[in-house]
Design a protein. Structure first.
Length: 213
């Protein structure tokens, strides 16, 4: 997404654009949501979307432990069969995902493998644009959940992001979801000058090339 398009995207993340955004449109607190939770149809289903913005090793998340090629390709990274949380004879979950495994065992979780699109883009930034817009062929300026919200009536409470800023995912053409901050985000302390100097210092026994690096 080019700079101009990205800026326009962010401006249209308000209910009707920049003016509405400046007026606080679509801003809800957690208490607002709890106070109106009884307004929903009790039979309505809810989609919970967890976005992990860091890197993820897919092969060691849903592990193909039954495939000999898994261990052949990564002898040092592969999990032993006894540690994998078994899904079936071929696949299992990472040992750290006991909660998700319990949910899957109870019929409350489905796993879809191999999700992607033709000719995947290797740029992190373009890939994030595609994830938010679901438009791999061209830069988009509405999110795929924002477009759904447009068709569902535009009530921001139908699409809520629990973070301080509204993600592009929830920006529609005429409406947008609500951003509800639930945690206090603090900046981490920087490294001290002494630590930075130590990181840059030459170590005993280093080659000249490694020392320059």
């Amino acid at each position: 997404m080019d700079t101009v398009t990205r800026r326009r995207f962010l401006l249209t993340s308000g209910v009707v654009g920049a003016a509405a955004l400046a007026a606080g449109a679509g801003a809800y607190s957690l208490r607002d949501l709890l106070d109106t939770s009884g307004d929903r149809d009790p039979q309505a289903r809810t989609l919970v979307l967890v976005t992990l913005y860091g890197g993820n090793d897919g092969l060691n998340t849903v592990i193909p432990y039954g495939d000999p090629a898994y261990r052949a390709a990564r002898p040092e990274l592969a999990y032993p069969d006894g540690e994998v949380l078994r899904l079936d004879d071929d696949f299992g979950l990472n040992p750290a995902l006991a909660g998700l495994h319990q949910r899957w065992s109870g019929g409350g979780l489905a796993i879809v493998r191999g999700v992607g699109y033709p000719k995947p883009d290797r740029s992190h930034f373009r890939s994030m644009d595609i994830w938010h817009t679901a438009q791999p062929d061209r830069p988009g300026n509405t999110g795929w959940l924002g477009r759904w919200l447009d068709s569902a009536g535009g009530d921001p409470r139908l699409a809520v992001s629990f973070e301080p800023a509204l993600p592009p995912l929830l920006a529609g053409a005429q409406s947008a979801g609500a951003a509800v901050p639930v945690t206090e985000r603090k900046a981490a302390k920087g490294l001290s000058a002494a630590t930075l100097a130590a990181l840059a210092g030459t170590q005993a026994g280093e080659s000249a090339a490694r020392s320059r690096a």
